[in-house]
Design a protein around this ligand. Structure first.
Ligand code: KIV
Length: 272
C-alpha cells in the first residue's frame, strides 16, 4: 500500500488532487499524542481533533460544552505526533458565531498546529464565516448532514436528508459551502445516494461518516474503530476494526485498507 502519507506530508491542495485522481482519503479522529503517532505511521491521511472529544474523552452527553481552550490543548498534543497526516481541528460550539470570533479561534488552532479548521452548517451566517476565513488564508472544512452541535434543534442524533425537500436543501448547501471557499466537506449521517450525488456535484472532496461508500473519503471516531465503550449508543455506521486488526496499529491499517479498496463502508454500515 503506497500512500502519500508514507512519502511526503499532506497539504491542503493535495486533497483536491486526490479527488481528481480518484484516490480515497482516510481520516480518523484523534485526541492525544500516542495515538497520533500510531495513526500517522499506519496510513491515515487526515487526523481530526474533533469536538467529539467532549463525548469520548470528557464524558459529556454532547459536544456543546467543549471550549476553544480544550481544542487548542488537544490540537497541540496531537500535532506533535504527526509527520505526514494533515491536521484538522474543530471550531467548537459558537466559537464560529461571528466571523471575528471564528478568526480568533482559528488563529489559536492554527498556531497550535492545525492546518485546517472544521465548522458545522451552511446558514447565511456560517457561509459568511467560511468566506471570511478563506479570504484570510485559513483552510476550511465544512460539515453538513447531522451536525452534532445542532443536536438540540434536531432533537437527537438522526439521519438527515431523507425527504426530497431536505435532500435538495443539503445539495444546495454543499454547493454553497464550496462556493464560499471550503476546501473539504464532511457529510455525516446522510443516505448513500444523496452523499454520492453531492460528491459528484462538487470539485472539493467529501468525507463521509455514515454517508455510504460514494464519498471521496471516510472518517470514524477513533474510539469507535477500536470498539471502546464510550457510554454512548453506537450508530449503525460504526465498525470495530480491532477484532480483525489484532492491535491498535493493525486496526488502523485494516480501516485504511478497507476505505481505500472501497470495502468500508458497506451497505450494513450505511443508510438507504
Ligand atoms: O467531532 C468529530 O469527531 C466529528 C466527526 C464525527 C466528523 O466532527
Amino acid at each position: 500500500m503506497s500512500t502519500q502519507a508514507e512519502s511526503k506530508p499532506w497539504t491542503v491542495p493535495a486533497l483536491a488532487e486526490a479527488k481528481h485522481d480518484g484516490r480515497k482519503l482516510v481520516m480518523l479522529t484523534c485526541y492525544d499524542n500516542s495515538f497520533a503517532r500510531i495513526l500517522d505511521a499506519n496510513g491515515v491521511d487526515l487526523v481530526l481533533v474533533g469536538d467529539s472529544l467532549g463525548m469520548v474523552v470528557q464524558g459529556h452527553d454532547s459536544t456543546l460544552p467543549v471550549s476553544v481552550e480544550a481544542m487548542v490543548y488537544h490540537t497541540r498534543i496531537v500535532g506533535r505526533g504527526l509527520r505526514h497526516a494533515l491536521l484538522v481541528s474543530d471550531l467548537p460550539f459558537q466559537s464560529d458565531a461571528t466571523p471575528e470570533r471564528a478568526l480568533d479561534a482559528s488563529v489559536q488552532l492554527l498556531q497550535a498546529g492545525a492546518e485546517m479548521v472544521k465548522l458545522e452548517g451552511a446558514s447565511a451566517n456560517k457561509l459568511e464565516v467560511i468566506r471570511y476565513l478563506a479570504e484570510r488564508d485559513i483552510p476550511v472544512c465544512a460539515h453538513l448532514g447531522l451536525t452534532p452541535q445542532s443536536v438540540l434543534k434536531f432533537g437527537g442524533y438522526k439521519v438527515q436528508g431523507r425527504e426530497e425537500k431536505a435532500a435538495a436543501k443539503l445539495r444546495a448547501d454543499a454547493r454553497a459551502v464550496e462556493e464560499a471557499g471550503a476546501q473539504l466537506l464532511v457529510l455525516e449521517c446522510v443516505p448513500t445516494s444523496l452523499a454520492a450525488a453531492i460528491t459528484a456535484d462538487l470539485s472539493i472532496p467529501t468525507i463521509g461518516i455514515g454517508a455510504g461508500p460514494g464519498c471521496d473519503g471516510q472518517v470514524l471516531v477513533l474510539h469507535d474503530l477500536l470498539g471502546l465503550d464510550t457510554g454512548h449508543r453506537k450508530p449503525k455506521f460504526v465498525k470495530d476494526f480491532l477484532a480483525e486488526g489484532g492491535s491498535v496499529a493493525g486496526a488502523v491499517r485494516a480501516y485504511a485498507q478497507a476505505v481505500r479498496d472501497g470495502s468500508f463502508p458497506d451497505q450494513a454500515h450505511s443508510y438507504a
